[in-house]
Design a protein around this ligand. Structure first.
Ligand SMILES: [Zn+2]
Length: 258
């Protein structure tokens, strides 16, 4: 495997644009805005090879028109969403090939946050947009709880060392909610301390790892006795159906002000 560098580029207030490169060519995922991407490419002497988009929200696509005007590269994104700037519309099971990097990415449809949200699954990383966050998950704007639950379960089944490249720095807020759901989860507490130190130092908390998320992300843990007990505390009962548990947990988080 060619050498890879995976870097989050901060954009807008709390977005990350992911930069995957080999020191010469780069792929950029979810360019929220053009300027920080342009600066990152210039600082590293990289040539842009492709733009990838996970879903239609403006904080994931905003930089595409300006970058396209500057670099004549393909723009990949979901066929199921109305995104004007795409040149390649993708469906479940297709592959994105970037020959400059010797890179092949599997395309997964992971609906829930939006109707056609995609994940790009690579060698030991996944670009999951606003579906899976560290210690949390995206809001359900267009999809159903059943869709989002299935999408998260699918991501959770990736190998434990898979690097999770989420599109927002929401980790500390998510961990505050996770601490209410599972106050005694030692791995959550250890991760919280690591992430607090990183934020204090001005560093990103991402990428995370699938194995870590399985250990403390409550949205991947609705089957566990501890999350079931937390739902019972909050709602007076805990349903058996994992999708219903997920729906209640997401509803709880939507109203949570930690
Ligand atoms: Zn979004």
């Amino acid at each position: 495997m060619a050498q890879r560098f995976l870097e989050p580029i901060a954009a807008l207030s709390d977005n990350y644009v992911w930069l995957l490169h080999d020191g010469r060519h780069a792929v950029v995922v979810d360019p929220a805005e053009a300027a920080p991407v342009r600066a990152a490419l210039a600082a590293r002497g990289l040539k842009l090879a492709a733009l990838l988009v996970t879903h239609h929200h403006a904080d994931h696509t905003g930089g595409v028109p300006d970058l396209r005007a500057e670099y004549d590269v393909p723009v990949y994104g979901p066929a199921a969403e109305d995104i004007a700037c795409l040149t390649q519309r993708l469906r479940e099971g297709e592959t994105v090939e970037v020959p400059e990097l010797g890179l092949k990415l599997a395309v997964w449809e992971i609906p829930g946050h939006t109707r056609g949200h995609l994940a790009y699954v690579g060698e030991d990383f996944v670009f999951c947009g606003d579906t899976l966050f560290s210690a949390g998950c995206g809001r359900l704007f267009e999809g159903t709880p059943a869709q989002m639950y299935a999408s998260l379960q699918r991501l959770a089944a990736l190998p434990e060392a898979t690097r999770v490249c989420c599109a927002h720095e929401y980790t500390l807020a998510n961990l505050r909610f996770a601490a209410v759901v599972e106050p005694d989860n030692a791995e959550r507490l250890a991760h919280q301390r690591r992430c607090e130190a990183k934020r204090t130092a001005g560093e990103p908390t991402l990428p995370s790892m699938i194995g870590l998320e399985r250990a403390f992300n409550p949205f991947l843990r609705v089957h566990t006795p501890t999350v079931a007990a937390a739902l019972a505390r909050q709602y007076g009962h805990c349903p058996d159906d994992p999708v219903e548990r997920f729906r209640l947990l997401r509803q709880w988080k939507d109203g949570f002000r930690g």
